[in-house]
Design a protein around this ligand. Structure first.
Ligand code: Q9C
Ligand code: ZN
Length: 328
C-alpha cells in the first residue's frame, strides 16, 4: 500500500538473487545454506503472542474467505494512544493492526516460511562467528530491522540482526554492538535493546523528521534505565553524500570501540545508494569498498546482516563491494 494504492512491493526476491549471483561471479567466499534452529531461539527476541500470530496469520486470513488466497493481508486499524495494546481481539483485522506498524508490509502466502528461513540465515551466521570465524554475511530477506519484539513493519517480520546479536550474547560475547547502516532507522532493533547495557545500538540514517520510520531515530534517544548511554542515533539530512556519511560512520565506530564490544553485528542496508528508488543518500558503488574497509578496521568478529536496498540491478555489486572491502 503506497500513496493509497496497491503497488508492487519494493522488497522482492530478486534482491537476494542479485547478491548471490554477484558473490558467485566474483568467486567470493563460501556459500552455505542456513541451519535449522528451534522456534525457542526466536522467543529470545520476539513475544510468544506475536510469533503465534505470524506463524498462523496466512491460514487465518484464507480461512476468513477463500478468495483471500489471491490477495495479501494488510492492516486497517491500529491501537494508537489511549487504545489498549494489551488485549488480544479475536478479530483478525484487529490483530493484524495490533502487530503492524504500517500498511506497507503485506503478509502473503510465503511470508512466515521466508521470514523463518531468513532468521535461520542470520542465526547461522552468528553461530559460525561465535565459533571463531572472523566474519559471516547473512544473505537474508525479508529484512528485519524495523520489526520489534511484537510487531512487523517496513517490510520486516523477524528482527534478524537482533536475533544474531542475542545469539552472540548467548554464546559468550559479553558486549555486542549493533551498527545499523540501512538508510532507514532501525527502530525495531533500537527498541529491543533500549533498556540493555550489554547490546550497544547505533544507527546512521535519513533524518526521521522527513524519512521513514518518522517516529523513532532522533538524536536525543540515548537509551533508558540500565541502557541509558547505550543507544546512539546519527540522523543525516536527505541528500547527504559519502563524505558526510563516512564521518558519521567514523563516529559510530569510535563509539563502538569505547563501548568495548567483543562482537559486531552490522545491519547492512544498501538503500544508501544514490540510485535507490525510495531513499535519499548519495553513496556510489565504489564507496562501498571503503565502507567495508572501515568496518574491518574495528578488528571485531563481525556478522553482516542484509537489510534494505531496492535498486535491484545494482544491489549485488554494492553489497559484495562491502564484503570485498572488508576482506582486503
Ligand atoms: N516510498 C527497509 O529498508 N516506506 N525498509 C516506503 C515508499 C517504508 C524500508 C515508502 C520503507 C521501509 C528494511
Ligand atoms: Zn531501509
Amino acid at each position: 500500500m503506497f500513496r493509497g494504492e496497491l503497488v508492487p512491493c519494493f522488497e522482492v526476491p530478486a534482491r537476494a538473487d542479485h547478491v548471490l549471483a554477484e558473490l558467485q561471479r566474483r568467486h567470493f567466499g563460501t556459500v552455505h545454506a542456513p541451519q535449522g534452529f528451534d522456534d525457542a531461539v526466536l522467543a529470545r527476541i520476539h513475544s510468544p503472542r506475536y510469533l503465534d500470530f505470524l506463524a498462523h496469520a496466512w491460514d487465518e486470513w484464507v480461512a476468513l474467505d477463500p478468495a483471500n488466497a489471491q490477495r495479501d493481508a494488510l492492516p486497517s486499524v491500529w491501537p494508537v494512544r489511549t487504545l489498549r495494546s494489551d488485549v488480544l481481539p479475536a478479530n483478525f483485522a484487529a490483530r493484524m493492526g495490533l502487530f503492524s506498524m504500517d500498511a506497507g508490509s503485506p503478509l502473503t502466502s510465503g511470508t512466515w516460511v521466508a521470514a523463518r528461513a531468513g532468521a535461520n540465515c542470520a542465526l547461522s551466521a552468528a553461530q559460525v562467528v561465535a565459533q571463531g570465524a572472523r566474519s559471516a554475511f547473512a544473505l537474508t530477506r525479508p529484512p528485519g530491522h524495523h520489526a520489534g519484539a511484537d510487531f512487523l513493519g517496513g517490510y520486516c517480520f523477524l528482527n534478524n540482526a537482533a536475533l544474531a546479536a542475542q545469539a552472540l550474547r548467548d554464546q559468550g560475547a559479553e558486549r555486542v554492538a549493533v551498527l545499523d547502516i540501512d538508510y532507514h532507522h532501525g527502530n525495531g532493533t533500537q527498541a529491543i535493546f533500549y533498556e540493555r547495557a550489554d547490546v550497544y545500538f547505533t544507527s546512521i540514517h535519513g533524518d526521521p523528521h522527513t524519512e521513514y520510520p518518522f517516529f523513532l531515530g532522533y538524536a536525543d534517544e540515548l537509551g533508558a534505565g540500565a541502557g541509558l548511554g547505550f543507544n546512539r542515533n546519527l540522523p543525516l539530512p536527505r541528500g547527504s553524500d559519502f563524505v558526510t556519511w563516512r564521518e558519521a560512520l567514523a563516529q559510530a565506530l569510535r563509539d563502538i570501540g569505547r563501548f568495548g564490544a567483543q562482537a559486531l553485528v552490522v545491519s547492512l542496508g544498501m538503500d544508501t545508494f544514490e540510485g535507490d528508488p525510495i531513499s535519499g543518500f548519495r553513496l556510489r558503488s565504489e564507496d562501498y569498498l571503503k565502507v567495508g574497509a572501515d568496518l574491518a578496521q574495528m578488528g571485531l568478529p563481525t556478522v553482516l546482516v542484509f537489510e534494505g536496498g531496492y535498486a535491484v540491478a545494482e544491489v549485488g555489486v554494492n553489497a559484495v563491494n562491502v564484503l570485498q572491502g572488508f576482506e582486503e
